[in-house]
Design a protein around this ligand. Structure first.
Ligand SMILES: Nc1ncnc2c1ncn2[C@@H]1O[C@H](COP(=O)(O)OP(=O)(O)O)[C@@H](O)[C@H]1O
Ligand SMILES: [Mg+2]
Length: 396
C-alpha cells in the first residue's frame, strides 16, 4: 500500500515528506520510495518553533499546532503531486509532527511520582481533514507510557532496510541531534543497540544563527568549520559532557543542547578569544566524536558506518567522522540507494503502516519500554475509513 511519511526534526528546518510503497513479502516488509518532497519552513517560522520549544506560551503552542497541521498537510499533498498520484491512491499518512518538548526523565510530581512526557505538534485532525487520508500521529507518547524513552523510534526501520547477513553496520542519523543504530551481522530485532549520541546540527545551526544575528541558518557544506582549528582544551571540556557517558537507553534534545549550551559556548568563545571558525571547528569535531562514543556500548565490530540526515551535506562533519572511525569505511545512505534527507520520513510511513496492520513499532531493548507497543493515535479520514484502509491492504 502507498503511505506518506511526514517528519520535522529538532532542527525545525521544514517538513520532509516521503511517499513509499510498502508490501508484505515472505522475507518481511518491502519498502520502496516513490517520491520525496522537502518543504522548508521560512526562517521566521523556524525561529518561532525553536523559541516556542523553550519558552512558548500556551496560546503560541496552541496556534503553532494548528498552523503546522496546515504545513504538514501541504507537504503531504505536494509529495502526492510529485508522484503524479491523487489522495485517493494513498492508504495512510504517518506524521511524526514537530517536537516542541521532550522530557524522557520526567519531573517528580508530589503524590504521583515521576511523570515523563514528550510533546509533538502539527494537528493530525488538520492533516486528515485537508488530505482526506487517515492519519497516524503521536507515535512517541505510547512508548513513554509503557516506560520507554519514546525515542529513538527509527531503529526497527533501520534494521528492516539495512540489516546485512555478513556485515555489521552502524547507521548514523545526523539531524539536530545525532542518533545511531547498531546492526550486528544478520541481527535479529532483539540484538539492536540504538540511542541518541549527542548534539549535531542543532548546535552548529544555533552558533551560525547567533553569530550572524539570525541572517545565516547553517554552516553550509561545513565551509566555515573547515577553515577553523579545533581547540583541544575546549574539545576536552565538551567531551566531558555527562550525556556522552550516560549508559543507554538514552535520548536527548533541545533541553540539553539548546539555548543554555549556546550561551555557554559563546561565553567560552569570548573569554578564550576564539575565532568563530575555531568554535565551529571544535563543535563539529565534538559532533563526530560524540557519534564515536557509540562504540562504548557496542559489543562486536563494525564493518561499515552508514550516515544519513541533513548533516551528511556538512563535509567537515563527514571528514571528522571518517577520521574518528578509521579504518572502518564511512558511507552515506545514497550509496545504499536511499536519500539521506528522506529516511526519517520514510520511517514514519513504515511506523504508520505497522500501526494500521497491528504490528508494534517500538523496540523495547532500545527505548527501555516494558513491552512492544502499538504506537500512535489514528485520525480517520471520514466515514468508511476502515473499509477503505482494508481495500488498500488488498491492493498491490
Ligand atoms: N548543505 C548543507 N550544508 C551543511 N549542513 C546542512 C546542509 N543541508 C542541511 N544541513 C543541515 O541539516 C539540518 C537538517 O537536517 P535534518 O536531517 O532535517 O534534521 P532534523 O531531523 O533535526 O530536522 C539543517 O538544519 C542543517 O544544519
Ligand atoms: Mg529536518
Amino acid at each position: 500500500m502507498k503511505v506518506v511519511g511526514l517528519m520535522s526534526g529538532t532542527s525545525g528546518d521544514g517538513v520532509d515528506a516521503a511517499l513509499v510503497d510498502i508490501s508484505r513479502q515472505k522475507s518481511g516488509l518491502r519498502v520502496r520510495m516513490v517520491a520525496f518532497h522537502p518543504l522548508p519552513y521560512p526562517r521566521s517560522l523556524q525561529q518561532r518553533i525553536l523559541s516556542a520549544s523553550v519558552s512558548g506560551t500556551v496560546s503560541e503552542i496552541c496556534h503553532l499546532n494548528a498552523l503546522l497541521g496546515e504545513w504538514f498537510a501541504n507537504a503531504a499533498l505536494s509529495v502526492i503531486r510529485t508522484a503524479k498520484l491523487h489522495p485517493e491512491d494513498i492508504a495512510l499518512i504517518g506524521s511524526h509532527g514537530q517536537t516542541v518538548h521532550h522530557l524522557p526523565h520526567g519531573i517528580k510530581d508530589a503524590g504521583v511520582g515521576v511523570i515523563r512526557s514528550t510533546l509533538q505538534i502539527a494537528e493530525p485532525a488538520v492533516i486528515a481533514e485537508r488530505t482526506g487520508i487517515t492519519t497516524v500521529a503521536n507515535f512517541r507518547p505510547r512508548d513513554i507510557a509503557a516506560g520507554g524513552q519514546g525515542a529513538p523510534l527509527t531503529p526497527g526501520v533501520h534494521a528492516l532496510l539495512f540489516r546485512h547477513p555478513s556485515r555489521a553496520r552502524l547507521i548514523v542519523n545526523l539531524g539536530g541531534i545525532s542518533n545511531v543504530t547498531y546492526l550486528p551481522r544478520g541481527s535479529g530485532i532483539g540484538e539492536l543497540v540504538a540511542f541518541d549520541t549527542g548534539p549535531a546540527n542543532m548546535l552548529l545551526d544555533g552558533l551560525m544563527s547567533r553569530t550572524t544575528n539570525g541572517r545565516v541558518s547553517m554552516d553550509r557544506e561545513g565551509r566555515l568549520a573547515a577553515r577553523g582549528r579545533v581547540d583541544g582544551r575546549l574539545l576536552a571540556k565538551l567531551l566531558a559532557h555527562p550525556y556522552l557517558s550516560q549508559v543507554p537507553p538514552k535520548s536527548t534534545g533541545r533541553e540539553a543542547f539548546g539555548v543554555k549550551m549556546l550561551d555557554d559556548l559563546i561565553t567560552m568563545q569570548q573569554t578564550q578569544r576564539l575565532a568563530i571558525e575555531d568554535l565551529l571547528a571544535t563543535c563539529t569535531r565534538w559532533t563526530a566524536e560524540a557519534v564515536g562514543t557509540a562504540r562504548r556500548w557496542i559489543k562486536g565490530g563494525i564493518d561499515e558506518v552508514i550516515v544519513g540526515g541533513g548533516g551528511v551535506r556538512n563535509r567537515a562533519i563527514m571528514s571528522h567522522l571518517t577520521d574518528v572511525f578509521t579504518p572502518v569505511p564511512v558511507n552515506t545512505f545514497e550509496l545504499h540507494g536511499w536519500d539521506s534527507k528522506a529516511l526519517e520520513s520514510v520511517a514514519f510511513a513504515v511506523l504508520a503502516y505497522q500501526t494500521a496492520t497491528e504490528q508494534c513499532g517500538n523496540v523495547p531493548t532500545v527505548t527501555g519500554a516494558a513491552h512492544p507497543a502499538l504506537l500512535g493515535c489514528i485520525v480517520p479520514s471520514g466515514p468508511g475509513w476502515l473499509a477503505r484502509l482494508r481495500s488498500h491492504r488488498g491492493r498491490r
